[in-house]
Design a protein around this ligand. Structure first.
Ligand code: ZN
Length: 283
């Protein structure tokens, strides 16, 4: 049994504000530990069902060097390092391939544009206004689930903010387990459950998902295209001339490929180009 854990930070226990999300923020160091604890709870859930599971954790937030490896539960391994396309063409899923049997997403958030969503965004908050696949608006959880699914790997459990529940129940398999670490109250406010509670519940939720695994089927992409509406025209223009990118209106670019995965790689190259100079967190 081989399991990939994709870990983000905005949906981690106790995380509600940008001061917790980036190096230099006064609460960043303690948030790193909270993130590692939520991931450890997921690892414990997997191991409670398959005690010999091979587990790879992808650190998928910001600098992508958040998880404290010295605190990470053994025997998991960790994909760590910045998000530049030359480093991480698969972004949050770097290190994943079709050798895995199941996937878990820990610490996730609602997509860009969700009214009142806690720290809501899609991949790059300053750049992507809307991401759509086959005409449907998707967040990171759905997009990642399609990437996993193209390799026939189902998502057994997702943890994160309560405002993510709709996306999970609408788009992922009906038996995919969802646990909210906090109740969203506003863009930077939540009723946060205590870490002792979230740790136990994440473990239970992931264990339930692992037990249901044979009946949780993967999502399958219906198109090999990802449509991105950028916030500004210059961002879409920066994608012109890139392979497998075509601008369809002022701020919109459609990325395509032979597979959904290759469309995703083209998208990440385009979104990175749209950022022009790499922001601090990508370098
Ligand atoms: Zn994210």
């Amino acid at each position: 049994m081989k399991v990939f854990i994709a870990a983000d930070m905005e949906g981690i226990t106790g995380v509600v504000h940008r001061d917790q999300l980036m190096p230099g923020g006064q609460d960043y160091q303690s948030a790193r530990l909270l993130m590692t604890q939520d991931v450890n709870a997921a690892i414990a859930g997997i191991l409670s069902v398959h005690n010999d599971a091979e587990i790879v954790v992808g650190d998928g937030h910001g600098t992508m060097r958040n998880i404290l490896i010295q605190e990470l539960a053994a025997p998991a391994t960790l994909v760590s390092g910045p998000a530049q396309p030359r480093n991480k063409p698969l972004l949050q899923l770097q290190g994943f391939d079709d050798s895995f049997d199941a996937a878990v997403m820990v610490g996730y958030h609602s997509m860009a544009g969700v009214e009142g969503g806690l720290l809501a965004h899609t991949y790059v908050g300053t750049t992507i206004k809307k991401l759509s696949i086959d005409g449907q608006e998707c967040g990171e959880v759905t997009t990642n689930a399609l990437l996993f699914g193209e390799s026939e790997v189902p998502v057994v459990a997702v943890t994160g903010n309560s405002c993510l529940a709709d996306e999970v129940s609408s788009n992922l398999h009906a038996k995919t387990q969802f646990y909210a670490t906090k109740e969203t109250q506003g863009p930077t406010c939540a009723l946060c459950f205590h870490p002792t509670q979230t740790t136990a519940r994440i473990q239970e939720s992931v264990a339930s998902g692992m037990q249901l695994l044979p009946s949780i089927t993967p999502l399958h992409p219906t198109v090999n295209e990802i449509c991105v509406e950028f916030y500004r025209r210059e961002m879409a223009l920066a994608c012109e001339g890139l392979a497998n990118a075509s601008r369809t209106d002022t701020c919109t670019v459609v990325f395509s490929g032979d597979t959904f995965l290759s469309a995703f790689k083209a998208m990440w190259i385009g979104v990175s180009a749209a950022n022009k100079q790499y922001p601090e967190w990508m370098s």
